[in-house]
Design a protein around this ligand. Sequence first.
Ligand code: ADP
Ligand code: MG
Length: 292
Amino acid sequence: MARLRRARERGARVPREQPLISRDLLPRAARADGTPPAAPVIAVDHVSKVYELGQIRVQALRDVTLRVYVGDMVAIMGSSGSGKSTLMNILGCLDIPTSGRYLIDGVDVSQMDEDDLADLRNRKIGFVFQSFNLVARTSALMNVELPLAYAGLRGAQRRQRAERALRSVGMGHRLEHQPSELSGGQQQRVAVARAIVTNPALILADEPTGNLDSRSTEEVLRIFAHLNEEGRTVVLITHEPDVAEQSKRVIRLSDGEVVADERTLGVNDSPPVLHLQKSAHKRLAGPVEAQA
Ligand code: ADP
Ligand code: MG
C-alpha cells in the first residue's frame, strides 16, 4: 500500500486499463452525462439510532445527516464502536433508524413494507462483509447464483450470469471451489461477485479488507475502483487509512456523530487507485485472473 501512496503523491495518471467488470453488468444510465441527478441515491436526514438493552441505552448514531450522489466512492472511518456498522445497516435497509429519515433513490424507507424492502435490497444493493459470509460447503458458483435464485431467475440464465460475475473478479478458474478451498482474498472476490451479480447500482461494504493481507486488499480495492469507474456508487467502511485513501470522499464518525466529511476527488472522477502509474504498480497491471 505504501507504493500505492507514493505513486499517488507523484500525481501519476495512467490510461484506463481493461475493465475488470464487463460492461453488460452496468446499471442502466448509471453515469449521467455531466448533469447532476435530481435526487441523491442516499439521503440520511437527522438519523439517530438507540439500542435498548434492558436498563442500558446505547446511542449508536446521533443526528447523522448526509447525502451520497450516484457515482461517488465514499469511505466511512471511525474507531471501533463509533457507529459505522449501525450506519451501514441503515443504509442497506437491514435496520431502521430510531428517529430521522432515510431515503434511498428518493424513496422513504420507513414507508416500505418488509417485502418491498427485501426486493429493494436484492435489486439495488450489493453487500460485502468483512467475514465474506459465503455459504460453507457450497461452490463459488452456487454462492454467486443465490441472489439470482431469490430474484427468480432460472437455472441456465443464473449459471451464466454467476459465471460472468466470477470471471469479472478474476475467479473464473475457481467456479467449483468451496469457500474452505479458497484463500481469504479469493473468498472476498467471490463475495464481491455475489454482490454484483444482480447488477446493483449501490455497493455497501463493511470493512471488506479487514481480514485480508495487503495484496488481497489491493486486489479487492481495485475491483471496487473498477465498479465505481463504471458508474456504481460505492460506500465502504474501513479502519485503515490506506484503504480510505482509495476513495473520493471520507466521512468520519466519532461516538455516533459525523465529525468530518472531506472530499479529495469529484463524484465523477476516476477512483485514486486507477490513477496509479503502471510502472509503479506492475503487479496489479495485468488482469486479476493472472495473479490468482
Ligand atoms: P462500529 O461498527 O463503528 O464498530 P457499531 O455500529 O457496531 O460500531 O456499534 C456502535 C455502538 O452500538 C457500540 O457501542 C455497540 O456496542 C452498540 N451496538 C451495536 N449493535 C448493537 C446491538 N444490536 N444492540 C445493542 N448495542 C449495539
Ligand atoms: Mg463495525
